[in-house]
Structure formats: C-alpha cells, structure tokens
Design a protein around this ligand. Structure first.
Ligand code: CA
Ligand code: CA
Length: 169
C-alpha cells in the first residue's frame, strides 16, 4: 500500500497529466505568457524560480538593431533542467530548445542564423550558466521563456532557481 501522499501525487498525475508543484514559486509570478512578461533592465539581474510546467517569460526592449542581446542564466540550485525559447520582435522564433526532458545534448536546439548558446561547466555534470547570444537584426521587444523540464520518471515536480541578467552588446 502506498503512503497517502504518494497516492495523492499519483492521482494528480493521472488526472492532470502533470505532477503538482510542490514548491512555492517566485515573486515575479504570474509571468506565464508574453502579456504578463517580466520586464528586464539590461545589466540588472533578477533571481527567480522555474517550476516544472510553469513558464517564466521575460521581456527586453532593444532600442536599435545591429548589436547582440545576451541572456545569462546562472544556476542557483535545485534541479537544473531548463529549456529556453527566444522570440522577437513579435512572434519570430530565434531560439528554441526542443528537448522534452533534462537530456539537453540529445536534441539540437533550433536556432536562427547567428544565434548561439554557450554553457559553462564547473565540477558537476550540469551547466553552471547558460549564455544565449541573439543578434538583434531589428529593434523591438524580445522575449525569453524559461520552462523547467523533468525526467521521464520524476515523481515530484522539478524546480530550478536561477539568476537572469540581460545585456546589450
Ligand atoms: Ca517562476
Ligand atoms: Ca511563471
């Protein structure tokens, strides 16, 4: 017989298809879609948490074309399993992680020309930092979405604590 908590979790997964978030979210919520995006000021970091199944959307206003928009997402703990999407201006897709689970190396992301993802590693096997470099071919509003992924068999939902900084080069 399963303990009641596991039974409740199993029922939740069966009914909703997704484990219910066990951890509190950050103070930037709700920021789950472009209309609710958290504005980022270049050079000013924000600290946040991505809970599995709950997208975190950030917006940067790029005043002029011809530079590079850089997003730096640094690991601050918990399950380091994010997928990134960048669009802009408008719905134009510039970067899209296509992996559904934590195995980032299994599938190459979709990238517009000139877009780069660099990962910095320390002692562990997970990246300490992710740097997305986006050539800004047009001025306007660019959006970054961070969506925490899971594993095939994670019973409790994953979360990732991160520090995010945008800058314009
Ligand atoms: Ca969040
Ligand atoms: Ca969110």
């Amino acid at each position: 017989m399963l303990p009641p908590r596991l039974l409740l979790l199993a029922a939740t997964i069966l009914l909703t298809g997704c484990p219910r978030s066990a951890r509190p979210d950050d103070a930037l919520e709700p920021n789950d879609d472009p209309a609710q995006a958290t504005p980022l000021t270049p050079g000013q970091p924000v600290e946040a948490r991505a809970n599995q199944g709950n997208p975190d959307v950030f917006a940067v206003e790029v005043p002029a074309a011809g530079g590079t928009l850089v997003f730096l997402a640094e690991d601050r703990g918990l399950e380091n399993c994010p997928a990134f999407t960048v669009t802009g201006p408008g719905p134009q897709a510039l970067f899209e992680d296509v992996h559904s689970f934590c195995n980032r190396v299994a599938e190459e992301p979709r990238k517009a020309p000139g877009v780069e993802l660099h990962m910095r590693f320390g002692a562990g096997s997970d990246a300490e930092a992710y740097e997305l470099r986006i050539p800004t071919t047009q001025p306007g509003r660019y959006l970054l979405t961070i969506l925490e992924q899971g594993r095939v068999d994670n019973a409790a939902p994953f979360s990732w604590d991160y520090r995010l900084t945008a800058r314009l080069e």
